[in-house]
Write a protein that binds this ligand. Structure first.
Ligand code: GLP
Length: 252
């Protein structure tokens, strides 16, 4: 089932998503949260930090697993996703850093890191709530358009369009790593609840193709059409193509 929340702008989208994450943590303090990076979740993390600071929320028992990480990038590099998570969320809340996991892009044996990453997710009992952004090319995590869905955590060659989209965080496109580690489609699909956020015009086409076209590994997020419990939070701009086609994918 897909439930869609239509929000007027980025601010209310962020607050709505933070509310859902916060409800999850209040109802189950030892939740396993699957977390995402990118620009879109920044407002969500800001909101969660502010509720934590007001004593409305505690992350003491929460465990987290992140979707992805660039290969070859250390935690100290401000473009690494470990740095991003510490900077936007973990350093500001009462989470035990031992309970947070981001794939290790510096692992000497990347394959072993992937196997261990999946084993860790299983040992945690799976993911209660998985936050997802959406790439302009339809990727979720770093599961890029492909001929088949990859189930488990794996090393991926990034697409040119992803390198270009993420170049804004780097000095130039040449500095963007060419490879990443990403949680697979299998772990995402096993999450008990998926929360996908999409903001702005640049996501309108990807959002339409993800939910309104036949499921295809060429549009990796489209697999979510088969997930039993998906919440989509999108602003007016991101919903533009769905609106133009007169399609409603489950507004509640
Ligand atoms: C990045 C990340 C994804 C993210 C996506 C969208 O490449 N690997 O996890 O969801 O791109 O990012 P943004 O929210 O900045 O548009």
């Amino acid at each position: 089932m897909i439930q869609v929340y239509r929000e007027k702008d980025y601010e209310s989208l962020s607050r709505r998503a933070a509310n859902i994450i916060s409800a999850q943590v209040i109802l189950k303090p030892a939740s396993v949260l699957g977390l995402a990076t990118g620009s879109t979740p920044e407002g969500i993390y800001r909101q969660l930090v502010s509720w934590y600071q007001k004593n409305d929320l505690s992350f003491r028992q929460v465990r987290t697993v992140n979707l992805d990480e660039y290969v070859g990038m250390s935690a100290q590099d401000d473009n690494s996703y470990r740095y991003y998570m510490n900077h936007h969320l973990f350093s500001h809340i009462n989470i035990d850093l031992q309970n947070t996991r981001v794939p290790n892009g510096l692992a000497t044996d990347l394959q072993a890191e992937c196997t261990d990453y999946d084993a860790n997710i299983r040992a945690l009992g799976g993911i209660d709530l998985q936050l997802l952004g959406l790439g302009g090319n339809g990727h979720i995590g770093f599961n890029e358009p492909a001929t088949a869905f990859t189930k488990s955590t794996h090393v991926v060659d990034l697409c040119e369009s992803t390198i270009e989209a993420n170049a804004r965080f780097f000095a130039s496109a040449a500095d963007v790593p060419r490879q990443a580690l990403t949680m697979g489609i299998g772990s995402i699909m096993k999450a008990r609840h998926v929360l996908l956020v999409a903001s702005g015009d640049a996501k309108a086409n990807a959002l339409y193709r993800t939910f309104c076209e036949p499921v295809s590994a060429q549009m990796p997020g489209s697999i979510l059409q088969f997930h039993p419990n998906v919440t989509v939070i999108a602003d007016e701009a991101a919903l533009r193509e769905l609106d133009a086609a007169g399609v409603s994918i489950g507004e509640g």
